[in-house]
Write a protein that binds this ligand. Structure first.
Ligand code: ATP
Length: 552
């Protein structure tokens, strides 16, 4: 580089770089009319517009002063941008309160001479707005008419559909007519016609959709091709909390529009001669009872679960069982380290991480749930047999061991089980493992209560009385009649009809315990669970971890 005499060469300025920057600014900014411009910023679209600032006082000429207004619209909120003959229209999700977004738009005339420029700029905007997320998703919507105490259809029309429409999604809406209807709809779904099945419901309908897809002849392919998502319209909206970080229908709709395809472990549950798929959780003991065994306390609303839980906790209720595990890790600090590594990684895009036979996760000693190759037809074969087979003799399985004082058996595939309830903070969508929490029912009431209170902070797993393990498969068989054993207080509470164990006669004529699979009650008898790594597909914000990270 030569410098003319008298010129001050700036040793830090690189003319090539300056030229690059000029080009970058020219490419990022689109002038729209004389007084406005649209600029692609780092994470936002910057709208600079000259407008009459009507709130300002009139100037000395009796006119409103002209001033520039600047707005930043996050790319995440941009739903669509379209250039017609002479007009550019950008639809976006505009926050009207902390938990509600509504469709809004801006539009500008484009000079004929600027049209080519505007076309390439619009494409760049859509690139930034969608990133790796698929545009114009084809969404089969299932609305549970009873979801949200009957409000789901209204919420769909008001909060969700306008967002899908503005994002140019292809939509077909169907109401579920009866229990199990979503299983049939999913089983008969033409998977080539839809990218997403969106359930305006609680967690029950997505459970049915996974199972319906699982009944197809080409189940594994269908489960890989179609993403199952929840638009939170039920009482239990755990799926949306984990994947969208919200239970707001309009925010969740935006998250679905922008969601990244993410493989999700699914769990085969064999019980009796049935095989079902679980996507969320399995529980035996205090959680299942507190959830399912407190129907008589519905008048309490959401406090019902907490109350039922505390009664059993104070009552020191135990649920004697025999348990065998295919254990992957039982060291909490290693489990946390592996979680952090996955969270902080900048690995390949999620869709390229669908399981293959050579993929290993760092926290697994061995190769746990040997990734099942997607068989051409039906679900992957069971590697460990069913509950009716003899227990696998592989050294990776522990023997069926007695847990005479079991108070809580809770296996989770996702982190949050409800709002502010990250029971399984280290759960990962497709690590091939369930996170398993077990607690004795005989621990002191104070430490049990401390554990309970630590849930919201994510520190529950740290409690010394809480066992937190990664397992790839397990078998659990309730002992004897399955009647929970209540302590003295539990028996006393039982007499008042608020649970705490059957010994006091709380459940006359129905001496059964509770087992919950994804929040649905199943018979109180032994079952076996086996994880299929990344068998299912969901849409998530991050593409790799659940929302509401609580691991420090
Ligand atoms: N039209 C219908 N009539 C009766 N049951 C239905 C209908 N549509 C769906 N269901 C059933 O409702 C159940 C609950 O589903 P959903 O996922 O909406 O909510 P949930 O959070 O599990 O429960 P809640 O009803 O308390 O919100 C599912 O088992 C589903 O089969």
């Amino acid at each position: 580089m030569t410098t003319a005499p008298g010129e001050h060469a700036n040793p830090f300025s690189d003319p090539d770089l300056a030229e690059d920057q000029r080009e970058f600014v020219a490419e990022s900014t689109l002038s729209v009319g004389r007084d406005a411009s649209l600029t692609l910023g780092t994470d936002t679209l910057i709208v600079l517009d000259e407008a009459f600032a009507r709130r300002e006082p009139l100037n000395c000429c009796g006119l409103f002063p002209r001033s520039k207004t600047t707005r930043a619209i996050p790319f995440f909120n941009i739903l669509w941008a379209e250039l017609s003959d002479f007009e550019l229209t950008i639809h976006h999700a505009h926050p009207v309160s902390k938990n509600i977004v509504r469709v809004a738009f801006i539009n500008y005339n484009i000079e004929k001479t600027d049209r080519a420029l505007a076309a390439s700029w619009t494409e760049r905007l859509l690139d930034r707005a969608y990133g790796a997320s698929q545009r114009r998703k084809r969404i089969k919507v299932l609305v549970n008419p009873f979801g949200g105490k009957g409000s789901a259809p209204k919420w769909y029309m008001r909060d969700i559909e306008p967002i899908f429409a503005a994002a140019r999604c292809e939509i077909d809406v169907e109401r579920t007519q009866y229990n199990g209807h979503a299983v049939e709809i999913a089983e008969n779904l033409d998977v080539n016609s839809w990218d997403v099945v969106a359930c305006c419901s609680g967690d029950g309908v997505p459970h049915e959709v996974f199972n319906g897809l699982g009944k197809k002849k080409d189940a594994a392919q269908a489960l890989a091709d179609v993403a199952v998502v929840q638009l939170p319209c039920g009482t239990g909206n755990a799926m949306s909390w984990n994947l969208n970080g919200t239970d707001s229908p309009s925010l969740a709709a935006l998250c679905i529009v922008k969601g990244l395809k993410t493989p999700l472990d699914l769990v085969s549950i064999t019980q009796g001669d049935r095989r079902t798929l679980s996507f969320l959780s399995q529980s035996v003991g205090i959680i299942a009872e507190s959830d399912l065994g407190t129907e008589n306390l519905r008048w309490m609303g959401s406090a019902r679960f907490t109350f039922g839980f505390l009664v059993r906790l104070v009552g020191k209720t135990t649920y004697p069982c025999d348990i065998a595990l295919q254990l992957e890790n039982d060291d909490k600090s290693i489990i946390k380290a592996a979680y952090r590594q996955e969270r902080d990684s900048t690995g390949p895009s999620p869709s390229s991480r669908r399981p293959d036979p050579v993929h290993h996760h760092p926290h697994q000693h061995s190769n746990p749930a040997q990734p099942a190759p997607h068989s051409a037809a039906g679900l992957p074969p069971l590697r460990h047999g069913t509950i009716n087979d003899t227990l696998p003799s592989s050294p990776s399985w522990s023997a069926l061991s007695p847990y005479p004082h079991l108070g809580n058996f809770y296996a989770g595939n996702m982190s949050y089980m409800a709002a502010s309830t990250p029971i399984f903070p280290c759960a990962l969508p497709s690590d091939g493992c369930l996170d398993l929490v077990t607690m004795d029912g005989t621990i002191s009431r104070l430490s049990a209560l401390r554990s309970f209170l630590a849930v919201e902070t994510g520190r529950f797993m740290d409690g010394e009385n809480v066992s937190y393990r990664k397992v790839a498969a397990y078998r659990i068989v309730p002992r004897g009649s399955g009647r929970p054993q209540a302590g003295r207080f539990g028996r006393w509470m039982g007499r008042w009809g608020v649970g705490g164990g059957s010994a006091g006669g709380a459940r006359q004529g129905k001496e059964e315990g509770y087992i919950s699979i994804d929040g649905e009650r199943v018979p109180f008898e032994g079952f076996q669970a086996e994880v299929h790594r990344g068998l299912g597909t969901v849409l998530s914000r991050s593409g790799k971890v659940y929302e509401g990270d609580m691991v420090h």
